[in-house]
Design a protein around this ligand. Structure first.
Ligand SMILES: [Fe+2]
Length: 467
């Protein structure tokens, strides 16, 4: 009874009880099965004894009627009625109160069900929104596990993905108590409970793994919830949760919700995989382009790749964000792409260049920027390439801009490019030793090179991060 009263708004019950009391002209008392007074109307009595004596003093007959809810006795209704005849109406009053409690209980249950469904929908919408912009499969899985854990509150949650070659499922991501022991866990996709869920493509909960006997985990667990990840009608993995912290069994609503979660993960993972494939293709195209640029000048073979490695080391040393480092790597691979338009007779000339030939070479940063400006993905790196031969003091080319006017990425490129050019063999001279090159570069600190970047580069060399 106490629980029942707790679930329904107390104000509503008090209102109903007062109405009944006024309607029948009788003081009323609701008691639990132990006789504890829970509520009263038409009297200020806090216990049964005082209610009885007060009702009797008023010349009333005290009647008791059991109260039932869902066919179970939940308490008592005591009424102070006018006379023995009034006792006939006692069951009617009790039944009226029961119907009210039942109806209100249903309404309250429905309300909490609506709130639960609304919360779930909001959560799904939130997940869907977050995953919609996410192209990194690791972050997708991490995000989903964290959100799923907020709902389920379990000891361990993990995502297993399909290893197509070995036809096995392996744990790719995990959170919770047994995160360490579950990572690296592998099972054939045809065996046991996981094989069953994988084949049937239906979520399953098991209350007692030991009794079920189809699942062996690398850590102790009693209950488990397994939801398949389906992409394009094919199973590609599994979302698994073990033991709720509350010790309760998994509910069917939770299984349902995890099913929706799993379908969100599957489509996000599919999209991310596609994006990662396209990105790999894009990067290998850039690498191929870089090789083609270097091939124009066989003496500088591998120059673009080496400049990329030096630029990455310097930018990491300067603490630049990962995505910028990645873009700078691309820019480094393509920094000399403008040389595609420089005659090979000049690029391959074994001797010192004539002034007009040097002027031709000087066109390559602007040409490179022009070529790349046609590709939307290179929008940001176009200026870095245009300015990689600018000098810190403004005496470089093509525009003669100086210091902070030159993007930091272009200043890094300038250091990496010059170092590799001077340490590499040329048709008319041998590559110089690293120390000699550094001495020369130091003489050009503040004129050609940004001193902060040159110092960062020297630290990279000293720490053996680059050679
Ligand atoms: Fe260049």
């Amino acid at each position: 009874m106490d629980n029942l009263l707790r679930n329904i708004s107390r104000r509503k019950i008090e209102e109903a009880l007062t109405n009944l009391s006024v309607g029948f002209g009788a003081p009323l008392l609701i008691l639990d099965t132990q006789g504890k007074v829970l509520m009263s109307a038409g009297s200020n009595c806090r216990d049964r004894k005082s209610f009885n004596s007060s009702a009797c003093r008023g010349g009333k007959l005290v009647c008791s009627e059991p109260l039932y809810f869902k066919e179970k006795k939940v308490g008592m209704l005591e009424m102070g009625l006018e006379s023995a005849n009034g006792a006939e109406i006692a069951p009617g009053i009790a039944r009226s109160l029961e119907s009210f409690l039942g109806l209100e209980g249903e309404i309250e249950n429905l309300s909490s069900e609506i709130v639960r469904v609304y919360d779930e929908l909001s959560l799904i919408q939130k997940i869907s929104g977050m995953l919609g912009n996410e192209m990194n499969s690791e972050r997708i899985c991490q995000l989903v596990l964290e959100e799923a854990d907020k709902i389920l509150s379990v000891t361990t949650l993990f995502i297993m993905l399909l290893d197509v070659e070995r036809q096995e499922l392996f744990t790719r991501f995990a959170i919770g108590r047994d995160e360490e022991s579950i990572l690296g866990y592998r099972v054939p996709n045809t065996e046991g409970l996981i094989g069953h869920v994988f084949r049937q493509r239906e979520p399953v909960t098991v209350c007692d793994i030991a009794i079920d006997g189809r699942l062996t985990l690398p850590f102790p667990a009693k209950s488990v919830l397994c939801v398949p990840l389906i992409a394009d009608t094919k199973p590609v993995g599994m979302l698994i949760a073990t033991d709720k912290l509350s010790g309760e069994e998994f509910w069917s609503q939770e299984l349902q919700l995890m099913g929706i979660f799993a379908s969100e993960v599957s489509s996000a993972l599919q999209k991310a995989n596609l994006y990662e494939d396209i990105n790999k293709l894009f990067l290998s195209t850039v690498e191929a382009l870089a090789t083609a640029i270097d091939a124009k000048d066989p003496y500088t073979y591998g120059h673009s790749r080496r400049v990329a490695e030096l630029s990455v080391a310097i930018s990491n040393e300067l603490g630049m964000p990962k995505d910028r480092v990645k873009k700078l790597e691309l820019a480094s691979l393509l920094h000399d792409i403008g040389k595609i338009g420089t005659p090979e007779s000049i690029l391959r000339k074994p001797g010192v260049l004539q002034p007009e030939e040097y002027e031709k070479i000087k066109e390559h940063p602007a040409k490179g920027a022009e070529i790349l400006s046609m590709i939307a993905e290179f929008k940001e790196i176009v200026t870095w390439i245009r300015y990689h031969h600018e000098w810190y003091d403004g005496k470089g080319y093509p525009d003669g801009i100086s210091a902070e006017q030159i993007p930091i990425e272009a200043r890094i490129l300038a250091v990496a490019d010059s170092y590799d050019a001077m340490t590499s063999d040329r048709p008319y001279r041998k590559g110089m030793p690293s120390d000699t090159v550094l001495n020369i570069m130091e003489q050009f600190s503040r004129s050609q090179f940004d001193p902060v970047i040159l110092e960062a580069f020297e630290r990279c060399l000293a720490q053996g991060k680059v050679a």
